[in-house]
Write a protein of this length. Structure first.
Lengths: 113, 112
């Protein structure tokens, strides 16, 4: 079993839809959870950064972490064509290897006008 | 804007010919990272510097080396590139270990 599992998609939605992106993980030591957005031929851009369980909202984006289920989600409200990108989840622990991000493989999202 | 800048954006080299990729940052972050990302795959950490301390990942090939002459700059040297080293190379920085990492736009390396 991989440490982080993420459905690669592709996911195609109409403009204005609510998008749900998810990752599951197996390492219970993970404490920090991130979502990155990566446009084609660009580097990953940090969207959300959360610690432990709970929700965090930033504009149209909401990140949820459920540590009991080892499951994290990113919701995008009122999706726009400019949201079309690959979304990567990433996580790290709080111990000696806290520098190391473990990424999912990414979900390719297309928002159609 | 403070940022992580990678040069060049695209690099073509010949099989076995050494190549150097560069990264600079204006964020004044302590930690700098190098990742390799192949098509449709997650970024893979090669190594990182915490200030001047170099930390190599166990599975990083010896062919890959790095230098950090000062806080702002970090270099990735590939001594003898093979066809399997064709990838996007990403530089990232963070204020401290365990803090959010901020990425540059990468250098896409092609091997002829």
């Amino acid at each position: 079993q991989k440490e982080v599992e993420q459905d690669p998609g592709p996911l195609s939605v109409p403009e204005g839809a609510i998008v749900s992106l998810n990752c599951t993980y197996s390492n219970s030591a993970f404490q920090y959870f991130m979502w990155y957005r990566q446009y084609s031929r660009k580097g990953p851009e940090l969207l959300m950064y959360t610690y432990s369980s709970g929700n965090k909202e930033d504009g149209r984006f909401t990140a949820q972490v459920d540590k009991s289920s080892k499951y994290i989600s990113l919701f995008i409200r009122d999706s726009q064509p400019s949201d079309s990108a690959t979304y990567l989840c990433a996580m790290s622990d709080s111990g000696g290897s806290n520098y190391k991000l473990t990424f999912g493989k990414g979900t390719l999202l297309t928002v159609n006008p | 804007d403070a940022m992580v800048i990678q040069n060049p954006r695209y690099q073509v080299t010949q099989f076995g010919k050494p190549v150097t990729l560069s990264c600079s940052q204006t964020l004044n972050h302590n930690v700098m990272y190098w990742y390799q990302q192949k098509s449709s795959q997650a970024p893979k950490l090669l190594f990182h510097y915490y200030d001047k301390d170099f930390n190599n990942e166990a599975d990083t090939p010896d062919n890959f080396q790095s230098r950090r002459p000062n806080t702002s700059f970090c270099f990735l040297d590939i001594r003898s590139p093979g066809l399997g080293d064709a990838a996007m190379y990403l530089c990232a920085t963070s204020r401290d270990q365990g803090q959010p990492q901020h990425f540059g736009d990468g250098t896409r390396l092609s091997i002829l």
